[in-house]
Ligand binder design. Structure first.
Ligand SMILES: [Zn+2]
Length: 149
């Protein structure tokens, strides 16, 4: 595993343990070159998933990227990062145990929203506003009035 700081491939595993829910192995690594420390996760991957983006581009499903984009959208909404982590893990499992190998980014967005609304309404609205790309205040108000009625 390459060091994310200096790019040398000589990194050592210092500690290795299961995550709390035992769905992954968390490894602490240290770079012999620069002393940089980082963490990697090893997870079961049941099947390769491809995400079809709005522009038709196909990219491998990236769990970390999804996690980052949700966290970015819902920061300061009072939602716990472990809740977001769990949500992403739920979606990943659902997708990987399904029979569809390709999924539209739009459908992933819908799945995120379906779950967020049950966890935290503010986070849901924030995510939806980023995801749905509201251009005008009017769009946003309409959306909010629909979910709060
Ligand atoms: Zn390094």
């Amino acid at each position: 595993m390459k060091c994310p700081f200096c790019g040398k491939s000589d990194t050592q595993v210092k500690d290795s343990r299961d995550t709390i829910d035992e769905s992954a192995v968390r490894r602490r690594r240290e770079c012999a070159e620069c002393g940089g420390r980082f963490t990697t996760f090893e997870r079961v991957q049941l099947q390769e998933l491809t995400v079809v983006k709005k522009n038709g581009e196909r990219v491998p499903f990236d769990r970390e990227k999804l996690l980052r984009s949700i966290n970015l959208a819902v920061s300061k909404c009072g939602i716990q990062s472990c809740e977001v982590e769990k949500l992403v893990e739920d979606i990943r499992r659902e997708l990987e145990s399904g029979t569809v190998f390709e999924i539209c980014s739009k459908d992933i967005g819908e799945k995120v929203m379906d779950r967020l609304i049950k966890i935290n309404k503010v986070a849901y609205i924030r995510f939806a506003s980023v995801y749905k790309d509201f251009k005008e205040v009017k769009d946003f108000e309409e959306f909010v009035s629909r979910i709060s009625s």
